[in-house]
Design a protein around this ligand. Structure first.
Ligand code: C2E
Ligand code: MG
Ligand code: MG
Ligand code: MG
Length: 291
């Protein structure tokens, strides 16, 4: 009985694993054509200042619309693109598109910064900083309007190439943040020395924080650590008024999450720049009082 059960389980997993491998290979070969076929796009998720409720920028997030599969979530294809060495091309596409679209709004007088995710493969390329500089110049956008999101492990890497890119770009005015903070194992001494501007608290810490004493302790600790190290804080994945209220009261700098908006096409993002559009949510959750 146990044996049969065991064998059955084994067969089940093998079939499933085989299917996963198939899917992955399919994604990889389709990814190779997707850039040329213009199947990628960029969506923007507004970032709201918790000091005044203003939209201060957006995170640029890649979108892939596959002709047969439909929309493929980044969680499914970014890891494949990284392993297949395709991420630098995708990353460059996102950077160019984001600078072009947000740059057009900056040129019209909006004070905005766009955050772009950068993977380690891009930063290991000796030409990365130069490429970013060229693209900023081409877009005619001030470097302080660009923020690059890196992971904890990348920020802690003692690689001369990576640290060189970060130093050079920060000197220009480009900002750096650590994405998904709180999911890795940060070395606090290294964090203190990290040449970064902001910590983005991971959604897993933020979501439901109003109802969990344990999360509140963790979030408070990170916010005060960040403040004492001179880092700004971005809270990601804010979905409820209650969570927002807590985060405003605890002094987080900036928020993004479905409460304000999911990632949207640039035309929709533009409508969030009308005065007061998202400010109402902020004021309702105690933002006006904090001010
Ligand atoms: P991330 O950089 O941490 O981006 C935040 C993710 O959380 C986005 O998922 C966003 O849609 C989602 N999110 C934001 N607010 C909420 C919320 O309130 N609730 C929930 N449930 N989710 C929320 P998305 O767009 O699926 O991207 C997933 C990950 O894929 C990103 O996580 C990032 O690591 C990666 N990624 C996306 N675009 C790029 C890119 O252009 N380059 C690179 N290297 N990675 C990217
Ligand atoms: Mg990010
Ligand atoms: Mg993140
Ligand atoms: Mg995240």
């Amino acid at each position: 009985e146990a044996k049969r059960h065991g064998r059955g389980t084994c067969t089940f997993f093998t079939a499933e694993a085989a299917q996963r491998v198939q899917e992955r290979l399919g994604i990889e070969s389709d990814l190779r054509c997707a850039l040329k076929a213009r199947e990628f796009g960029v969506h923007y998720q507004p970032k709201v200042s918790l000091r005044d409720g203003r939209v201060v920028g957006a995170e640029a997030l890649v979108r892939w619309h596959h002709p047969e599969r439909g929309p493929v979530p980044p969680g499914k294809f970014i890891p494949v693109a990284e392993e297949a060495g395709l991420i630098p091309d995708i990353g460059l596409f996102v950077l160019e598109r984001a600078l072009e679209e947000i740059g057009a709004l900056v040129a019209r007088g909006h004070d905005l910064a766009v955050a772009v995710n950068v993977s380690v493969l891009q930063l290991e390329d000796p030409t990365f900083a130069r490429t970013v500089e060229d693209r900023l110049a081409a877009a005619g956008i001030p470097p302080r309007c660009l923020e690059l999101e890196i992971t904890e492990t990348v920020a802690m890497r003692e690689s001369e190439i990576i640290q060189g890119h970060i130093a050079r770009l920060r000197m220009l005015g480009v900002r750096f943040s650590i994405d998904d903070f709180g999911t890795g194992y940060s070395n606090l001494a290294m964090l203190a020395r990290s040449p970064i501007d902001a910590l983005k608290l991971d959604r897993s810490l933020v979501d439901g924080v109003a109802g969990s004493n344990e999360q509140q302790t963790i979030v408070r600790t990170i916010l005060s650590l960040a403040a004492s190290l001179g880092f700004e804080t971005v809270v990601e994945g804010v979905e409820t008024d209650a969570d927002l209220r807590f985060l405003i009261a605890e002094g987080a700098t900036t928020a993004q999450g479905y409460l304000f908006s999911p990632p949207v096409p640039i035309d929709t993002f533009r409508t969030f720049l009308e005065p007061g559009r998202l400010q109402e949510l902020w004021a309702r959750s105690g933002g006006a009082a904090r001010r």
